[in-house]
Ligand binder design. Structure first.
Ligand SMILES: Nc1ncnc2c1ncn2[C@@H]1O[C@H](COP(=O)(O)OP(=O)(O)OP(=O)(O)O)[C@@H](O)[C@H]1O
Ligand SMILES: [Mg+2]
Length: 352
């Protein structure tokens, strides 16, 4: 089956064509991402109205381009998958309405995909041997969570951040160091030239019996280190990255122990997804951690970690293969947690 994927939840407009075969294995036939860097650069962050307008300007020609690139037409698609949330609502509406219009015009089924489910299932597109259930570390610009992925649509949240997401912490560190946006790749590059032990930085919640994450205190400490004028930027970047990785490893170890000790069905792998999963130092540390639990680490290639539509097409394909489709009046959702039953976290804001 062939699925067209559309993604517009933040500042990347993306379209892709993916195939799922009878064995449930996936392939990417074409995949285009356009980041709105110039549009938002003057403002130092993503402006929702500008994002929505920019998506509207490019999404229709981009869909034509990915179909042409795959040597296919809309008629060849078996379903249209568009992100229905969570994200900046204007952008989500642009992508979802585009998906609905195409589905209606070509008389194809529509599948509304949860952007986070796209991230959560992207490792199965990259690695056909990755079976449910697996333990997922989801680290992106807006989220930092550990979830048991038990099956399609069946997620149990074990941990989340009580303040900032991990990608947000990388982006803020980049801003403090004047490295521009998006900051993660720039911080990783500069960190290679610095000493990770040079700047003493806190590791929030490390050693705590509570399962969650916190990065706000680390970000403030980075700001103080910069303001002190005592440290080279490369040392700050390296020390920040090391502190962040130490936090992630400690929290993920706690989750792996709790799953191991719970008597629940064994996990097939430790999986990392979302934009920060592109970070090589983090991947290396997670690989060592997973090996200690007798698990392999599965991490999709970098271009499937940051926002893209192949992961949306793939999540749509997995859904469609099980017979799920959505009505044409499906609403766009600014918030849409993967685990609707997860209890609110003490001290946390409104993040899912
Ligand atoms: N090599 C890297 N090292 C660290 N962080 C990175 C790296 N590459 C990308 N990131 C970070 O990943 C984030 C972007 O990831 P992604 O596109 O998945 O987030 P998002 O879609 O904005 O958020 P969400 O998926 O939670 O809605 C940014 O914060 C970026 O700085
Ligand atoms: Mg994302």
């Amino acid at each position: 089956m062939l699925v067209l994927g559309i993604e517009t939840t933040c500042d990347e407009t993306a379209a892709a064509v993916v195939r799922i075969d009878a064995a449930g294995h996936g392939a990417i036939l074409s995949n285009v991402v356009r980041a709105q860097l110039d549009e938002h650069a003057p403002y130092g962050g993503v402006v929702p109205e500008i994002a929505a307008r920019a998506h509207a300007e490019v999404i229709a020609p981009m869909v034509g381009a990915v179909l042409a690139d795959a040597g296919l037409t809309l008629e060849d698609m078996d379903a249209i998958a568009a992100t229905a949330g969570p994200g900046l609502i204007g952008g989500v509406m642009v992508g979802l309405v585009t998906g609905k219009a195409l589905a209606m015009a070509a008389d194809k089924p529509l599948i509304g995909v949860n952007h986070l489910e796209g991230h959560a299932l992207s490792p199965r597109l990259a690695d056909p041997d990755l079976a449910y259930p697996y333990l997922l570390l989801l680290v992106s610009g807006g989220h930092c969570q550990i979830l048991e992925v038990r099956g399609l649509g069946d997620y149990r949240r074990l941990a989340t951040t009580i303040d900032d997401a991990l990608g947000e912490a990388f982006d803020k560190t980049a801003k403090i160091l004047g490295l521009g946006y998006p900051g993660g790749p720039a911080v990783e590059r500069l960190a290679r030239e610095g000493d990770p032990r040079a700047v003493p930085l806190p590791r929030p919640l490390v050693g705590s019996g509570e399962p969650h994450f916190s990065f706000a205190g680390l970000k403030s400490a980075v700001m103080r280190a910069k303001d002190s004028g005592l440290h080279a930027d490369a040392d700050i970047a390296a020390s920040f990255q090391q502190a962040a990785i130490d936090c992630v490893i400690d929290r993920t170890r706690l989750a792996l122990e709790s799953v191991r000790d719970s008597g629940a069905e064994g996990m097939s792998a430790l999986v990392v997804a979302g934009g920060v999963a592109a970070n090589a130092a983090l991947r290396g540390a997670l690989e060592t951690l997973a090996a200690g639990f007798g698990l392999r680490l599965v991490a999709p290639p970098g271009k499937l970690c940051t926002d893209n539509a192949a992961m949306i097409g793939w999540a749509g394909a997995e859904r469609f293969a099980l017979g799920y489709t959505d009505p044409l009046d499906l609403p766009a959702r600014p918030r849409w947690p993967l685990d609707a039953n997860a209890a609110p976290v003490r001290g946390a804001g409104v993040k899912a």
